[in-house]
Write a protein that binds this ligand. Structure first.
Ligand SMILES: *Cc1c(COP(=O)(O)O)cnc(C)c1O
Ligand code: SF4
Length: 341
């Protein structure tokens, strides 16, 4: 009999993540063929609306075979609706351009500075604001870390540095080391937070070199994952989460509420319970950022509030995510119940 012992769950991934990343799907026809939808030419997008398809093979392997409504497929497959004009949807939905405090740094909220460590992601999510963000100028990775960290050094109110992007884990580990070496002389920074989807879509990224790097950082560490559906978790993701926790990180999950993907009570409850089974606590459930090309994913606020109320009735309090929306100029993410009722 084979049982999963704690040590075997912590063993490192077998294949190199960069190699797996290079093998990602970048072609809609190839992706559809791999999930048993080769005969569905009607699902082929007319084009990628300027935001290319990118899906790691391991993530595609978690999609249901032959199901065009699969919740993982719908997150990544370009659709005609991306061309629909929707009033109120813009290319800078969260006001990031207004809150730039320096190259590659966003300082919107007290005590927290967000560093755009990389413009790349392992997956391109169709609902993402990133489809319009002019990352060319804003990537701290492009040799601008020194300047970004100098901003953090000057402002001693910053207690937490958030590595975000894009996806900071798309950087090689030696690049991350370079970056965090600069944190050693910033005594006011006590927490490092990492926002990443890579442990979910390409769990092999959480390899020995990475966990050694994370474990050695002498700060409080938080990793905020991004999974929207229980089916995004499998044994490899569980192992990656266990390795993150083994390296001393508190691991949380943020999800985006997406029409046709996770906008049912049972689907959200399954996501929260499945992530907890991986040792991950629900953090935020985001209302969609109103970015052009994503309007077909939106769930209205009344339904969103109703869904979270229903979750609250059904799950222990610690498994209920906070429903929020990000609005330009706000001092924090805004809890939605406050204005919907
Ligand atoms: C979301 C976000 C944060 C973090 O907000 P929390 O509520 O602490 O999770 C920090 N800075 C920026 C620019 C953000 O968008
Ligand atoms: S930033 Fe996050 S949501 Fe956007 S494409 Fe990258 S992984 Fe997906």
């Amino acid at each position: 009999m084979i049982t999963a012992s704690p040590t075997s769950r912590l063993s490192p991934p077998v294949r190199d993540w960069r190699e797996l990343w290079r093998e990602s799907f970048t072609d809609a026809a190839a992706l559809l063929a791999a999930v048993g939808l080769a005969d569905r030419a009607d699902l082929l997008p007319p084009d990628d609306a300027g935001f290319p398809l990118r899906v790691p093979r391991g993530f595609a392997a978690r999609m249901r075979h032959g199901d065009p409504t699969d919740p993982l497929l719908l997150q990544v497959l370009p659709r005609r609706a991306e061309h629909d004009d929707a009033p109120g949807y813009s290319t800078d939905a969260v006001g990031d351009m207004a809150s730039k405090a320096g190259h590659g740094i966003l300082h919107k909220y007290d005590g927290r500075a967000l560093l755009i460590a990389s413009g790349s992601c392992a997956v391109n999510c169709r609902y993402c604001f990133r489809r319009h963000f002019p990352y060319g100028d804003e990537i701290a990775a492009a040799g601008q870390w020194r300047e970004a960290l100098a901003r953090v050094r000057e402002d001693t109110s910053i207690r937490e540095l958030i590595l975000s992007g894009g996806d900071p884990l798309s950087l090689a580990t030696h690049k991350l080391e370079e970056l965090t070496r600069g944190l050693a002389d910033l005594p006011h920074v006590i927490r490092l937070r990492i926002h990443t989807r890579l442990p979910v879509v390409l769990p092999e990224r959480v390899d020995d070199a990475f966990t050694d790097w994370l474990a050695a950082i002498p700060l409080q560490k938080v990793v905020v994952l991004h999974a929207n559906h229980a089916n995004e978790f499998d044994a490899a993701v569980d192992a990656a989460c266990a390795r993150l926790r083994g390296a001393g990180a508190t691991v949380l999950n943020q999800a985006v509420l997406l029409r046709g993907i996770n906008d049912e009570v049972k689907t959200l409850a399954a996501l929260c319970e499945r992530s907890f089974a991986a040792g991950v606590l629900p953090y935020y459930l985001h209302q969609l950022d109103r970015v052009q090309g994503a309007a077909h994913f939106e769930v209205d606020d009344d339904r969103a509030v109703w869904l979270v109320d229903a979750l609250r009735a059904r799950l222990p309090g610690y498994l209920v995510p906070r429903l929020v929306r990000e609005l330009p100029g706000d001092p924090s993410k805004r809890p939605i119940a406050d204005f919907a009722r």
